[in-house]
Write a protein that binds this ligand. Structure first.
Ligand code: F6P
Length: 545
């Protein structure tokens, strides 16, 4: 793949063979392994100022990380030697950087203003249609009579999104995050698991005439989604539902398959939108219904502002690049195996799960773009839960466990509590408590507390963390935050030289599952295949096969 600037990733030097990598290795031995945050703050009274960064909607404090000015300089050199900027430019220009699937990667085009990015006419035609539909749904939730959506005489109360992976996690995370902006008369449900318990628990509380189902699947072939959608349609008819065409809509790049399913209203998107990068596309329909057209455009605008920062800021002040480069430093030099996401905001409860797919499905690869094995580690395990809950669960391990886990604190200056539910005084009091807890945890991780007489009370400290600070959780700031993470994942993937946009690792389990299903369906009447491994055969017999 040759980029517009002439940078050719096929002939690019592998990251661990660059001069910058050697410099980082030497720097790690000399100053990295024994780096002490407390001493670093003692040496440099301006450490906070020089290691905190402003990007659109997000302020980032990197000063509690195990880096000094030289580390950041060598990491910036690494980005340049690995052609991160050239690869970034190629992505924005629509070069087929997803080379194993021969596809462009253009989720940035989904949030670009009309006429400023590839496929603008197609993108804005679908966006306009989808947002007009979202407004019609919201009107039906107000009781307005519009024949465009659902049974015209009944007020719409429920939206059920049926999708999995990127067709679930993004919309679910964003609808929950923006609950304070959502239509008060609508309840949003997200069904993903093929476990019938997931769908059944939702259907038990809704009525067909009051419900809009959104079948969300890029491929429209995913087993879980197709099965749940078929079960939901059967339930709808069995419960006396009529006019399927008004109660089921689809978001997919496979418009023909949606039509075969019996869905006539479909919002399409394109193969250059990866599933885990798709909430900006028609997959965002539940978000648009929840917050309305104007605010959905704000979400896109926030992401676009971060795109501009990523595209233009020099490496040294480019926040997504810096975060991605520090990730490389931790993974490949310190050998840290995971990163914990701690949003101090209940509204961001699904963010860790969303980021888990974004990062681990993108960068969980052990070969480079050409298929050559890589001798260094790639994606860390990404995990987490909102604070303060997490403090009362696994923060023990973060403070005193045997592994060092970099933690990412996401703080909101203002509360995201839905207005009016509790008093303004209670909201303010609890927000201050929340912030004090978040700040205290990063402080405790860094400072530690020595106790030689009582080892179980000893906190080693020197444990790294990043704090991302947003003024308020709004559609715009959420858009910027998510784009920040997308580009950070891009940066580490570009350094490692992997294809961050394919996901072949999910295929084998799907194929084997398709072979095992008939054995469970037919039961003991057919013999289990002779070449079946003894463990799977034994478990199947226990299950009655
Ligand atoms: O199996 C993994 C995956 O392909 C994800 O990449 C994707 O987000 C998810 O399944 C759902 O896929 P689809 O939107 O095509 O149903």
């Amino acid at each position: 793949m040759r980029t517009e600037t002439g940078f050719d990733v096929a002939t690019a030097t592998r990251c661990d063979r660059t001069a910058a990598w050697a410099a980082l290795a030497g720097h790690y031995e000399a100053h990295g392994r024994d780096f002490d945050l407390r001493e670093a703050f003692g040496r440099d009274p301006r450490r906070f100022e020089s290691m905190s960064f402003d990007a659109p909607e997000v302020f980032a404090d990197l000063s509690k990380n195990l880096v000094d000015a030289a580390t950041l300089r060598f990491l910036a050199d690494l980005a340049r030697e690995c052609g991160v900027e050239a690869q970034r430019d190629a992505m924005f220009a629509g070069v087929a950087i997803n080379n194993t699937e021969r596809r462009a990667v253009l989720h940035t085009a989904l949030r670009a203003p009309r006429g400023s990015a590839p496929f603008g006419d197609d993108v804005h035609a679908v966006l306009d249609a989808m947002l007009a539909f979202a407004e019609a749904v919201r009107a039906r939730a107000n009781g307005a009579s519009t024949s465009a959506v659902a049974t015209p005489t009944v007020r719409l109360r429920h939206v059920v999104n049926i999708g999995i992976g990127g067709s679930d996690l993004g919309p679910q995370m964003a609808v929950r995050a923006l609950a304070g902006f959502a239509h008060p008369g609508l309840t949003f449900h997200f069904v993903a698991n093929v476990d019938g318990a997931d769908l059944a628990s939702v259907l038990a509380g809704i009525a067909p005439a009051e419900t809009l189902f959104v079948v969300a699947s890029k491929t429209f072939t995913t087993q879980e989604t197709m099965t749940n959608a078929a079960t939901a349609r059967a339930w709808f008819l069995a419960q006396g539902g009529t006019r399927i065409e008004e109660h089921f809509v689809a978001a997919t790049s496979n418009v023909e398959a949606a039509a075969r399913f019996g869905i006539t209203r479909t919002f399409g998107f394109w193969d250059w939108v990866g599933g885990r990068y798709s909430l900006w596309s028609a997959i965002g329909l539940p978000i648009a219904i929840a917050i309305g057209a104007e605010r959905f455009r704000d979400l896109l605008a926030g992401a676009h502002a971060m795109d501009g920062h990523f595209a233009q800021a020099p490496v040294e002040r480019n926040l997504p690049m810096l975060l991605g480069l520090v990730d490389v430093w931790y993974r490949n030099f310190h050998g840290f195996t995971s990163r914990c996401i701690a949003p101090y905001a209940q509204a961001l409860q699904r963010l860790p799960a969303y980021l888990q797919q974004l990062e681990m499905e993108s960068n969980g690869k052990r070969v480079d773009r050409s298929g050559a094995p890589l001798p260094f580690a790639t994606s860390p395990v990404v995990w987490g839960e909102p604070g303060t809950n997490a403090q009362h669960a696994y923060f023990q391990m973060l403070h005193q466990g045997s592994d060092v886990v970099p933690v990412e604190f996401i703080l909101l200056a203002q509360s995201s509590a839905v207005a009016g539910a509790i008093s303004p005084e209670a909201t303010l009091r609890q927000q201050r408590m929340l912030l004090a807890n978040g700040l205290a945890q990063s402080q405790a991780l860094m400072q530690g507390r020595a106790s030689t007489s009582e080892p179980h009370r000893d906190f080693p400290g020197n444990r790294p963390s990043t704090t991302l600070l947003l003024d308020r959780l709004t559609p715009r700031s959420l858009g910027a935050l998510l784009a920040l993470y997308e580009h950070r994942v891009f940066t580490s993937g570009a350094v490692w030289g992997i294809d961050s946009f394919d996901q072949w690792g999910v295929e084998l389990g799907k194929t084997l599952g398709a072979k095992l299903l008939p054995l469970l369906e037919t039961g003991p009447v057919i013999a289990l295949p002779a070449d079946l491994d003894a463990s799977t055969a034994g478990l199947l017999r226990r299950l009655g096969a």
